[in-house]
Write a protein that binds this ligand. Structure first.
Ligand code: UDP
Length: 416
C-alpha cells in the first residue's frame, strides 16, 4: 500500500504502470501476456518476473486484484471488499509461505452465524446449532454422533450397498438429515443458485461440513489469516516488478491483435475466449451488494457474516431475498465510530462469480476444454477459465503449478 491509494473513490486506483503510454505498452514484445490481474494472473506474473521474464498483465477493470479487490470505505474508514468477503485459509505450506512474501498476515478464524427461526446459530452445524434449534442439551461428541445418526439419510445402490451422495441435496441429507436441510441448506441454496440442490453437483454443499463438537469456526484449515493491509496491497506487491507491466481499463479482446508475447495466460471466462461459439450459455452466478451505514454504532450484527438461509423473517413474516450480510468492521477488529454492512443477493446477470456445477454446464465446459487444449501457446488458468470454484489458496497453488509445469522446474527450485 505504498504508492497505491487504497480507496475506491471516484477515480479508483491508478494502475502501477499508468506512467507508460498505451502505444508504448503495445510496442514491446513480452515473454508472457497475462489476461486478468486476480490471484491467478498475479501469481503467474510474479513467478515469471522472478524468473527474469517480462510480463504484460491486461486488466479489463479499473483496478487490479480481481474479486479480491478491497479498499477503505470513505465514510467509515473501514476496509471493505468490492466483491464480497474473502477469507483466506489453507493447508498448503507452499501457499502459506508464498503469500507471506507480499505482506503481513494476521491470524483470523472466521465464524459465521445463521439467523434461523429468529435465533443466531453457528454455521457449519455443530452441537450448539442443534441444541439451540431443537431445544436439546447435547453435551459431547458421543451424544452428537448419536443424534446425527438418527437424522442422517443413508443412500444405497440397487445391491443395497451404501453409496456416495450424487447431488447437493443428497450430500446435505447424508450429513445433517432432512430437518436441518430444510432449515439451513435447502432455502439458502435456492436463493443462492436459483436451482434445487438436487440439480447441483455434490461439490456445492460438500463445502460445508458438519461438526460433532462445539467448534464454531467456518473453516478447519491449519492456516487462517487476513492480510493486515488488505488483499489489494498483497496483489500490488506481487505485481511490483520492473519486469511486469500492468494495463487496467483494457479489454483483452480489443487489443489482442496488437499485443506481442511468446505465451499467453488467460484467466477470464473460457466461453468468452472462444466468443461463445453459438453454443448454449455457460452459466455463472453473480452477486449484488447493497451498502448500508449505521452512524455512531459499534456493530450492526453479532458476527462479520450472518447468513439468512430462510425465505421469510421469523418475526415479521416479511420476505428475506438476501443470502447474507457482511459487516467488515468485525474483520481484524477495525475501529470506527460508525459501521458499514453489505446485504448480499445472488443474481443471474452480472460479473461472473460462481460456475454453476450441473450436468449441462459440466458437459458444455468439457467441449470448451477440448477447444482450449488445441489452442497453441495459450494456457487457461483460474476459476473462470477452468470453470471451477477455486478457493483463494487453490487459485494460487494452481497458478504456481502451472508455472512449475510450463518451466519444467521442480519443487525444490521454487523458493524465488
Ligand atoms: N450454504 C447453505 N446454507 C448456508 C451456507 C451455505 O445452504 O448457511 C450452501 C449454499 O448452497 C452455498 C454453499 O453452501 O452456495 C457454499 O457455501 P459457502 O459459504 O462456501 O459459499 P461462498 O462463501 O463461497 O459463497
Amino acid at each position: 500500500s505504498k504508492r497505491y491509494p487504497l480507496r475506491a473513490s471516484s477515480t479508483m486506483e491508478k494502475s502501477p504502470t499508468s506512467s507508460i503510454r498505451q502505444d508504448e505498452v503495445f510496442d514491446r514484445t513480452y515473454d508472457n501476456c497475462i489476461v486478468g490481474s486476480g490471484l491467478s494472473g498475479s501469481t503467474i506474473a510474479q513467478q515469471y518476473a522472478a524468473l527474469n521474464q517480462t510480463c504484460l498483465v491486461i486488466e479489463k477493470r479499473s483496478h487490479i486484484g480481481g474479486n479480491c479487490y478491497d479498499y477503505i470505505d470513505d465514510e467509515t474508514t473501514i476496509r471493505v471488499s468490492l466483491y464480497g468477503a474473502h477469507l483466506f485459509h489453507t493447508n498448503s505450506e507452499r501457499v502459506w509461505e508464498y503469500v507471506h512474501r507480499f505482506g503481513e498476515w494476521v491470524n483470523y478464524e472466521h465464524r459465521v452465524l445463521g439467523k434461523v427461526e429468529g435465533k443466531y446459530v453457528p454455521i457449519p452445524v455443530n452441537i450448539d446449532t442443534v441444541n439451540a434449534l431443537f431445544d436439546l442439551n447435547i453435551q459431547n461428541e458421543e451424544e452428537m454422533n448419536e443424534w446425527l445418526a438418527k437424522e442422517q439419510v443413508k443412500f444405497s445402490d440397487s445391491n443395497g450397498n451404501v453409496r456416495e451422495a450424487q447431488n447437493s441435496e443428497e450430500v446435505a441429507l447424508a450429513r445433517v438429515g432432512p430437518r436441518l436441510y430444510e432449515l439451513i441448506f435447502h432455502p439458502y441454496t435456492l436463493k443462492q443458485w436459483d436451482k434445487e440442490p438436487s440439480d447441483l453437483g455434490p461439490e456445492v454443499l460438500s463445502r460445508i461440513p458438519v461438526r460433532n463438537n462445539r467448534d464454531g469456526r467456518y473453516f478447519s484449515d491449519n492456516y487462517q489469516a487476513l492480510p493486515k493491509e488488505g488483499y489489494t496491497s498483497i496483489i500490488q506487491n506481487m505485481l511490483d516488478s520492473p519486469l511486469i507491466t500492468v494495463v487496467t481499463d483494457t479489454d483483452y479482446f480489443r487489443v489482442k491483435d496488437r499485443i506481442r508475447c511468446r505465451r499467453l495466460y488467460y484467466t477470464g471466462p473460457i466461453d468468452a475466449y472462444f466468443n461463445h461459439l453459438g453454443w448454449p450459455k455457460l452459466e455463472y452466478r453473480s452477486l449484488s451488494f447493497e451498502r448500508a451505514v449505521q452512524h455512531n454504532t459499534q456493530y450492526f450484527q453479532p458476527a462479520a457474516v450472518v447468513n439468512h438461509p430462510q425465505r421469510r423473517d421469523h418475526e415479521s413474516g416479511q420476505e428475506v431475498d438476501y443470502t447474507r450480510i457482511v459487516e467488515y468492521k468485525h474483520f481484524l477488529n477495525q475501529t470506527s465510530d460508525h459501521t458499514v454492512y453489505f446485504i448480499e443477493r445472488s443474481t443471474d446477470e452480472g460479473e461472473p462469480y460462481y460456475p454453476v456445477p450441473n450436468a449441462k454446464n459440466k458437459e458444455l465446459y468439457k467441449r470448451y476444454q477440448e477447444m482450449a487444449r488445441k489452442e497453441e501457446g495459450v494456457r487457461f488458468v483460474g476459476r473462470l477459465a477452468n470453470y471451477k470454484y477455486f478457493n483463494m489458496d487453490e487459485a494460487i497453488l494452481n497458478a504456481l503449478e502451472v508455472v512449475d509445469e510450463d518451466t519444467g522446474r521442480i519443487e525444490k527450485d521454487v523458493n524465488r
